[in-house]
Design a protein around this ligand. Structure first.
Ligand SMILES: Cc1cc2nc3c(=O)[nH]c(=O)nc-3n(C[C@H](O)[C@H](O)[C@H](O)COP(=O)(O)OP(=O)(O)OC[C@H]3O[C@@H](n4cnc5c(N)ncnc54)[C@H](O)[C@@H]3O)c2cc1C
Ligand code: SF4
Ligand code: SF4
Length: 1013
């Protein structure tokens, strides 16, 4: 990646803009891709704080002759959000709702607001913006308008174009203009109507130039009316080219905003978008139509839409099979899938309950009329299963996404590639179209899975190709040309949802004809004669298979790099690490701002640098030599990963399974190798080594938080945040006396006593022992077999500081000690999620071999074990009822492994306990992260996102439960409440407390204190 810069432009932007001005290689690399397979490195990036700053950036670029590309969430699939000029990212700051009229059901928003955020604000008023695209959690209204996006319910609500009332925009000449509805015959007065109180005052806000622009546009519309009528596909899903049909003569009015919708940033920069709002959807009913033949299903779609559903979504047999492989989805499939269908069409109604019921009845009748029956032969086998329960409806939606995610997460060089994925054809042609497209795939030796919007004739399908190979790039062109010709013959749209960008624009002349191709160019030139707005998109586009523009260009290669962990599950260079980084396809799910836990650092900063995607991108670029020498160990790379708290949320929630926490270990190890350890890391890493001595010198070490000024000195010398109290050392640590405790002959378990609970909160270990003893278990407490006699440790602190060899040594000690138990199938249970789950997650990648693999399946948290025992009918714990309430925060690693519900289930073993679970992401402490002076402010911000407000809102009698040591510290430090481990809550309710009375009273378990620490 060349380090070509425009110092003049950069200096000017820095002078005039208080938002971020990013011209460094890493930042430019982060903005070089969107969710397409293209890569274009921009000159620089601006993240304006205000619309005035956006205008200033546009002005600076214009005066320097540098083209500009507007960017929202960067989730475009066709390359429309990348270019070589200046990128203006509005998604961080330009996010306000400017006006909101509940009565009129309208609002005006800045372009950077994310759809889900907008809908969260509208919901209390019973309204929503219904263009419900799959990327609603991160796509912005500006980007949606730019692409003319379409949601799953477009059958009822139409596309963006149908829901945008007006757009205020800055034109390429710097003037600002209001684009809205203009009555026919008022074209002469249009400029006054459209003159707005400029959001920005740039160069010449000339009404005469606006008048001339409008006149030119209407003239193009008038001239091309017949051609538009003849060549524009008559399907709702036509988002390709410019919307010339908005300029047709003989219309009662022209809404010129509709010409801007779908213009992909090539005509003007949107500063405000006025939207039409709708009442929220009421109760829904789903009819799952089963088909024994895919072709028959496609043919049926045209008939099913006559019942006026809000959506008809396809799930094919491959997707069903993928979902069936996931244990949690099998029972859901059992509830609504009958037999072995080749395809399901999920027909959704959203009327009143009575009407929904009536429509379902009609659906059954219609399927019968079409000749389908459960007793018919394969081709006509089928029928309807009603799904009324909203929870099942939600589970089905979840299942569809997960099946798709599995498809997207293939760890092979060949990947499902999106290039013909949103062609749309008229519904009567759907069956024939899908059959012939399947033949095209087969002819080219590939295949695809079909899904999505059957009701609009817009089915998603991605052939599997390896775009690193020239042969596969050629196959991509061949399939595209044949598929688009097919679509044209069916009078369909080659660009039916995702827009044009680099991917589709080349084909506009083929699809719309040369004459309309020229008309598109005239529209562009009327707005932007100097080609300064997102050039090369929609008109004058490069070849879509120009390999120089691909993310994997012919020059793409893996740098020599030997990873410290095992990445052999992935293909490609750097021992598979490059393949792991390439798993990020930039879909942007990690940019969601609510729900789930990914990605806490992004939620706190809203910076592309601090989101999983931004990190994966720079890792890919570094490992493929595009960021210069030693980029992996560089300061820029360290900075890119600095705020990653290794919460592992991405491992679970990223649709393609990008595991940044594990990749961060590689980066830290590379840095330690070339730069050595910081003083902070020298203190944190060897904690398990010096802890025995520290416990003996507890009084001395704890002076850091008692002697005035000592904390400040520790910050200056070692980077330990002065405002944080450190966990207090104590001399009464836990140490194993006997090799095993509990009933002889009881079911055996091994209790792994981690470093944190052993040295800082032994009460948790004591409580776990009390529970196991009360349950009649035999608990083994193995010791290290080596000469050191030092307690066992999983090596977490070494891993988190990039000292992988030392972590490996710790892991080997554990495996040696546990091996005899593992070979007998004795479960290893533990208390601290981040430690115990190291056995499940990193152990195989660290040490390999059978024992590591077995421990990965044998290790479980105490609460998981208890719930597994309960489910097997073996748990016998006599717990006294509770009268109170508990508030539960689960550790990120519990969430990442999908076992957070077992903590809640374990607490629910206590009769009468009222339980609330905080919908939280990472607590922000994340091991040593919250203790670092350089990251403490982000640590606090993460905690404040949801956890700390929920804790503060809980009344003093509520018991706060958190299994993570760090989580408990964060809660104590910032919310002034003492949180406790689930083991202590359970132990506190043991009816047989008297029998384990010594233990309990010694540790004051009765006094699990909900008040301040
Ligand atoms: C997994 C996945 C699923 C998807 N599902 C759907 C779907 O269901 N329906 C659908 O329609 N699309 C879908 N898309 C495509 C994409 O998410 C949408 O097009 C989305 O609306 C883009 O929003 P964004 O904020 O990411 O825009 P970006 O990608 O950032 O930008 C989109 C275009 O708008 C322009 N733009 C952005 N801001 C402005 C501005 N202020 N002024 C002028 N132009 C601007 C940009 O230059 C660009 O050309 C999907 C994509 C992925 C990866
Ligand atoms: S990291 Fe995962 S969620 Fe984020 S953009 Fe990449 S693939 Fe999508
Ligand atoms: S591990 Fe957590 S903080 Fe790091 S990238 Fe993944 S989700 Fe973000």
């Amino acid at each position: 990646m060349p380090a070509s810069l425009r110092p003049g432009l950069e200096r000017r932007l820095r002078r005039e803009i208080s938002g971020e001005v990013l011209f460094d290689r890493f930042s430019r690399g982060r903005y070089a891709t969107d969710a397409s397979h293209y890569q274009m490195t921009p000159l620089g990036v601006v993240v304006p704080r205000t619309m005035d700053e956006a205008a200033a950036a546009l002005a600076a670029a214009r005066e320097e002759g540098v083209p500009v590309t507007a960017r929202g969430g960067g989730t475009s699939q066709c390359g429309q959000t990348i270019n070589e000029g200046l990128i203006i990212d509005g998604s961080k700051h330009l996010t306000r709702i400017l006006t909101f009229d509940v009565e009129e059901r309208r609002c005006v928003v800045e372009p950077g607001i994310v759809l889900d955020e907008l809908n969260r604000c509208l919901k209390p008023h019973g309204l929503w913006f219904p263009v419900d695209i799959s990327t609603a959690s991160r796509a912005t209204i500006g980007g949606m308008a730019g692409n003319n996006s379409c949601g799953g319910r477009s059958l009822r609500y139409g596309t963006m174009r149908d829901n945008v009332i007006a757009i205020d925009a800055i034109l390429p000449d710097g003037s600002s203009m209001h684009f809205g509805d203009v009555k026919a015959g008022q074209a002469q007065s249009v400029p006054e109507q459209m003159a707005i109180d400029p959001v920005v005052r740039a160069t010449g806000n000339s009404t005469s130039s606006h008048a001339s622009l409008i006149a030119k546009l209407l003239a193009i519309g008038k001239r091309e009316a017949d051609e538009v009528a003849a060549r524009f596909p008559r399907v709702q899903r036509r988002v390709g080219g410019y919307n010339l049909d908005a300029l047709m003569p003989n219309m009662p009015s022209h809404n010129l905003a509709h010409l801007l919708v779908g213009s992909e940033g090539t005509l003007a920069y949107f500063t405000a978008v006025e939207l039409k709002l709708w009442p929220v959807l009421g109760k829904r009913a789903l009819g799952a139509c089963h088909f024994g033949s895919f072709h028959e299903a496609m043919d049926a779609a045209q008939h099913l839409v006559t019942l006026e559903p809000i959506a008809v979504e396809l799930v094919d047999a491959t997707m069903l099979a993928l979902a069936r492989e996931i244990a949690m989805f099998r029972p859901i499939l059992d509830r609504f899938v009958k037999g072995e269908p080749e395809a399901l069409l999920l027909v959704e109604f959203a009327e009143s309950e009575a009407v929904n019921a009536q429509r379902l009845k009609e659906l059954h009748a219609l399927m019968g009329d079409l000749g389908f029956g459960w007793d018919r032969e394969r081709r006509k086998w089928g029928g309807v299963i009603d799904v009324i329960d909203p929870r099942l409806q939600a589970a089905i939606a979840d299942l569809r996404t997960s099946g798709l995610n599995i498809m997207m997460s293939m760890k092979t060089e060949g990947k499902p590639v999106s290039f013909i994925e949103d062609c749309a054809v008229p519904l009567p042609e759907l069956a024939e179209y899908t059959s012939r497209l399947t033949e095209i795939f087969e002819r080219h030796g590939t295949r695809g899975t079909w899904y999505a919007h059957a009701s609009e004739g817009c089915l998603h399908v991605r052939p599997i190709l390896n775009l690193k190979l020239e042969q596969d790039v050629r196959t991509m062109r061949a399939i595209a040309e044949e598929a688009f010709a097919l679509v044209r013959d069916f009078k369909g749209s080659h660009s039916g949802e995702h827009g044009d960008g680099i991917l589709r624009s080349e084909f506009h002349e083929m699809m719309f004809g040369q004459r309309l191709g020229r008309a598109f160019a005239q529209v562009k030139d009327a707005f932007d004669p100097k080609d300064l707005m997102n050039p090369g998109k929609i008109v004058r586009a490069p070849h879509f298979d120009d390999r120089a523009l691909l993310r994997y260009s012919p020059a793409y290669h893996a740098e020599a790099f030997a990873p410290v962990l095992d990445w052999s599950d992935y293909p490609g260079g750097a021992g598979g690490l490059l393949g792991a980084a390439e798993m990020c396809n930039n879909n942007g799910a990690c940019r969601k701002l609510a729900g789930g836990a990914m990605c806490p650092s992004y939620r706190a900063t809203r910076d592309e640098q601090h989101v999983t995607r931004g990190r994966a991108n720079v890792l890919r670029l570094a490992l493929s030599g595009q960021l210069g020498r030693d980029a992996l160990a560089s300061d820029d790379m360290a900075e890119s990963l600095k705020l990653c708290v290794s919460c592992k949320a991405c491992r679970r929630e990223c649709p393609t399974g990008v595991d940044m926490a594990r990749m961060k270990i590689e980066v830290q190890a590379a840095r330690v190798k070339t730069r050595g350890l910081s003083i902070f890391d020298r203190l944190v890493g060897p904690l398990p080594h010096y802890a025995p001595l520290a416990a003996r010198l507890a009084w001395l070490l704890n002076l850091r938080d008692r002697l005035p000024g000592a904390a400040t000195v520790s910050q200056a010398l070692a980077g330990l945040a002065a405002e944080r109290a450190l966990p207090a050392w104590r001399s009464d640590i836990f140490s194993e006396g006997a090799a095993a405790v509990g009933a002889d002959g009881g079911r055996e378990v091994v209790l792994f006593c981690d470093t944190f609970n052993r040295y800082f909160e032994r009460e948790n270990i004591d409580a776990a022992l009390a529970i196991c003893e009360a349950g009649g278990y035999r608990v083994h407490l193995p010791k290290s077999a080596d000469r050191a006699r030092r307690p066992l440790c999983c090596g977490r602190t070494y891993l988190s500081t990039g000292q992988v060899d030392k972590a490996r040594a710790e892991m080997r000690r554990c495996l040696e000690a546990f091996a005899p138990f593992i070979s007998r199938g004795v479960p290893i249970i533990g208390l601290e999620p981040s430690c115990l789950l190291t056995f499940r997650d990193e152990a195989p990648a660290l040490v390999g071999g059978m024992v590591a693999k077995s421990i990965a399946t044998n290790a479980m948290l105490l609460e998981e074990y208890l719930i597994a025992e309960r489910d097997a009918g073996r748990l016998s714990l006599d717990l006294v009822p509770a009268a109170g309430r508990a508030l539960l925060h689960t550790h990120c690693h519990q969430k990442a492994f999908g076992i957070d519900d077992t903590v809640a289930a374990a607490l629910r073993l206590i009769p009468g306990l009222e339980l609330e679970v905080v919908d939280s992401s990472c607590c922000g402490m994340a091991g040593s992260f919250g203790y670092r002076a350089e990251t403490i402010s982000v640590s606090k911000a993460m905690g404040e996102l949801s956890l700390l407000p929920a804790v503060r809102a809980a009344d003093a009698a509520t018991v706060i439960v958190a299994d993570g040591t760090s989580c408990r510290h964060q809660i104590a430090d910032l919310a002034g409440r003492r949180a406790v481990h689930v083991a202590r809550v359970l132990a506190n309710h043991l009816a047989a407390k008297a029998k384990v009375g010594d233990l309990v009273s010694r540790n004051k378990l009765d006094g699990v204190n909900p008040g301040p620490p």
